[in-house]
Design a protein around this ligand. Structure first.
Ligand code: FMN
Length: 196
């Protein structure tokens, strides 16, 4: 409970490397998460150094293209400034872990209801795995940022990553250079309903 209560999204990282052992510990925590039908529909690719720089250069070029053409997510353009901001944060993180849904296809492909249910279950499973990662990282005094703004650069990032699964999101990892207060949460009474 203490780690759950004190974990924060970190958006400022110290310029210190994270050991390979710590990255392995974080992804090992992900591996232990529950998953629908125990499918474990995940793969984690940890980018550091020059490969991380290349990944983020591609994301930057792709965001610029999206800003000019509005081709990928034309109804979500109001989120683009935040995506640029997220990219700036990712540049300061020593590690960016790309999370792949190994069972799913691109979100830009059409999908039937059966496949959508399967994809929903796999996405829920990936969410459980990522929360494990964030909590494991916090216990190692590492900060994390869960990132879905990769969606604005989806096709270019997916091509660079080169995995045929769905690029679900990314997690930036590094030593925190800020200690934010807890972000607001809805009160329990607003979200929990008992029916007896
Ligand atoms: C699925 C998901 C996607 C997110 N994507 C981003 C993102 O792209 N950029 C960002 O700055 N924060 C992102 N966040 C972090 C949320 O903004 C953050 O969790 C929320 O504001 C609550 O703050 P806290 O994590 O410090 O409790 C994401 C969180 C989740 C769960």
């Amino acid at each position: 409970m203490n780690t759950i209560q004190t974990r924060r999204s970190i958006r400022k990282f110290k310029p210190c490397d994270v050991s390979r052992t710590d990255i392995e510990k974080i992804v090992d925590a992900a591996r232990l998460a529950p998953s629908a039908k125990n499918r474990q529909p995940w793969k984690f690719i940890a980018y550091t150094g020059a490969q991380k720089d290349k990944l983020l250069d591609i994301m930057g070029e792709s965001l610029q293209k999206e800003q000019q053409q509005h081709a990928l997510l034309p109804h979500s353009q109001n989120g683009l400034p935040d995506a640029f901001n997220t990219l700036g944060i990712m540049r300061t993180a020593p590690v960016v872990i790309v999370v792949i849904n190994t069972n799913a296809a691109s979100p830009f492909e059409p999908i039937d209801a059966d496949s959508r249910i399967t994809e929903l279950c796999d996405t829920l499973s990936i969410g459980a795995a990522i929360e494990n990662m964030l909590l494991a990282a916090a216990e190692l005094d590492l900060g994390t940022l869960w990132i879905a703004n990769t969606c604005y650069a989806y096709n270019d990032l997916a091509e660079f990553v080169g995995h045929k699964g769905q690029l679900a999101c990314a997690v930036a990892v590094g030593y925190p250079d800020e200690s934010p207060s807890q972000r607001p949460r809805k009160p329990l009474a607003d979200i929990l309903e008992f029916r007896t």
